[in-house]
Ligand binder design. Structure first.
Ligand code: NAD
Length: 272
């Protein structure tokens, strides 16, 4: 592979590494010569994913039971990476998601939102990105290089009905991406970069029930999304790989503080 895009012998931490998007990106990275350090909360899911990826490429995948909001666990992880791996080339913050109580269903009003669930959703989607970034970027500052990729959403820039807490958190992830990019580059040099990818709609565990019926047909919401996506389809998780690869690699050496839509045209379309 071209030197600029080479992932060989690079170490990448992926939070949410056993999820739909995290699992797909992890597979792509190991197939292209990188080592992945997967973070998750379920030991069983981590072990299953490790076995799957190590079968594809031996000794490519390392697992850590870490809650991305736990500063202590992340500090221990940071020290372990330094000791066992020597350097960290990148971090992809994929942990996130929604919970039903934090959404407004079609027959509800905003008064039905559970504030405690809404706070939890803001916590996982915002602080679940902020805490790993702040702690693991210390390693990047020490070694003088590193690329961080956050995962934003279509819900960050414009209103998407029902998902108030999630939208607020992902908007905050966008400004955090820009803020950290500025902070790290201006104080620690041009080799530490922070960007975000805003995926369009990709069917996974989190949104399957919202977008598809049991028989596989699309729900009203699913159809409405397709109608507003010029490409006329949902994305596939593998379609994020190219953008993540670009942002992790030296091919994007002058790119920081940017948010990239990978959405089949959804954001660019007015609906008319
Ligand atoms: N699928 C989509 O269409 C889509 C679109 C835009 C953005 N996203 C975002 O992409 C990211 C990944 O989404 P996905 O579809 O793969 O979801 P997913 O539910 O399959 O994966 C998310 C993972 O995060 C983990 N996680 C949650 N809280 C955690 C915590 N406190 N500590 C450690 N891990 C934790 C979950 O266990 C899960 O493995 C999320 O941030 C999501 O909001 C997804």
């Amino acid at each position: 592979m071209n030197e600029l895009l080479s992932l060989k012998d690079k170490n990448y931490v992926l939070s949410g590494g056993t999820g739909t998007l995290g699992g797909s990106i992890a597979k792509y990275l190991v197939e292209n010569g990188a080592k992945v350090l997967l973070l998750g909360r379920s030991e069983d899911k981590l072990k299953d994913k490790q076995e799957e990826l190590n079968t594809l490429v031996s000794e490519s995948t390392f697992i850590f039971k870490v809650d991305v909001m736990d500063e202590g666990e992340l500090t221990t992880l940071k020290n372990k990476i330094k000791e066992d791996f020597g350097h960290l080339d990148g971090l992809v913050n994929l942990a996130g998601g929604n919970i039903p109580g934090a959404t407004v269903k079609p027959d509800q009003t905003v008064r039905d939102i559970a504030m405690s669930d809404t706070r939890k959703v803001v916590d996982i989607n915002l602080f679940g990105t902020v805490v790993p970034t702040v702690i693991l970027s210390e390693l990047m500052v020490e070694q003088g290089f590193g690329s961080i990729v956050n995962i934003s959403s279509m819900a960050a820039k414009q209103t998407i009905s029902r998902v108030l807490g999630y939208s607020m958190a992902k908007s905050a992830v966008d400004i955090f991406t820009k803020w950290m990019a500025n902070e790290l580059a201006s104080k620690h040099g041009d080799k530490i970069r922070v960007n975000a990818v805003a995926p369009g709609f990709i069917i996974g565990n989190q949104n399957r029930r919202l977008l598809t019926n049991e028989d596989g047909s699309f729900t009203e919401r699913g159809n409405s999304i397709i109608k507003n996506t010029p490409m006329g389809r949902f994305g596939d998780a593998s379609e994020l790989n190219g953008m993540v690869h670009y942002l992790l690699s030296d091919a994007s050496s002058f790119v920081t503080g940017s948010i990239f839509d990978v959405d089949g045209g959804f954001t660019s379309f007015s609906g008319v």
